[in-house]
Design a protein around this ligand. Sequence first.
Ligand code: ATP
Ligand code: ZN
Length: 289
Amino acid sequence: MEPVNTLRIAIQKSGRLTEKTITLLENIGLKFDGYKNRLLIKALNYDVELLLIRDDDIPEYVQDGICDLGVVGANVTLETEADISVLKDLDFGHCRLSFAAPKSSGIITAKNLAGKRIATSYPNLARKYFESKGADAKIIKISGAVEITPRLDVADAICDLVSTGGTLKTNGLVELETILESQCQLIKTNRAIQPHKSELIDKFLVRIEGQLQAENSRYIMMNAPREALDEITRIIPSLNSPTVLPLADESMIAIHTVIPTTKFWEVMEDLKSAGATGIVMLPIQNMIN
Ligand code: ATP
Ligand code: ZN
């Protein structure tokens, strides 16, 4: 019989994704005893360990089955063209891969990039873009500080990750076309894995889904005249039918429900017009449907 082994998850050792990844794992119930300056960390309460490596190496470690799961940006997975499965978008680490060129260059659309020198850490994704457009460009692979290459006359334009656009602006660059919208994802090996690991992964996935749903939802409570109930029920795009509670004043009721956070601000004014008072919104720790 095969030896039973530990579920291994590859995460970024130190960078933009590290803290959010650890927080997510803790939020789904895993406990760790300090993760700074260590390469392999065992969870205290599950047969799970974390391998902390550079994000660029994560897709291949998962592809090769050295790790069963990985937490990494879609930008990295797509660039490495690793053979893995994406289990879940994790809704953090949002960024986009865009072309940018110096303001003064006269390059104003991605079409003008044909024949130019493009510096990027994402040569495969950039090359594919040009192939799909039937255009050609000289792609120069640079591993860091891509944004200064036009000033050094190493490149005419760049293809780089952008989140706010602040770095581009500082370097006198204008964002052109976006070729990829990215976020952090949970990825899984396509190699065969032992049943006890699959069961653990399924369990964690349910918890992650609950966690993501909870983060995007709010518990709201309000008081309202009893006759306003129908209108308020119409206004609230509730996940379930609302909880309605009697109040000491028999003409009034309390209404409790869960709504998507983004909807809250949209419906708040309507709720007030319908007669709701004392509207309270609370964060939700987790939600299991
Ligand atoms: P490593 O040492 O692990 O290779 P790195 O320098 O490649 O680190 P970070 O800068 O920490 O990586 O970024 C990790 C990931 O964070 C990116 O691959 C991307 O998915 C995401 N990200 C989100 N916003 C940005 C941004 N503005 N710039 C770069 N990456 C971003
Ligand atoms: Zn990296």
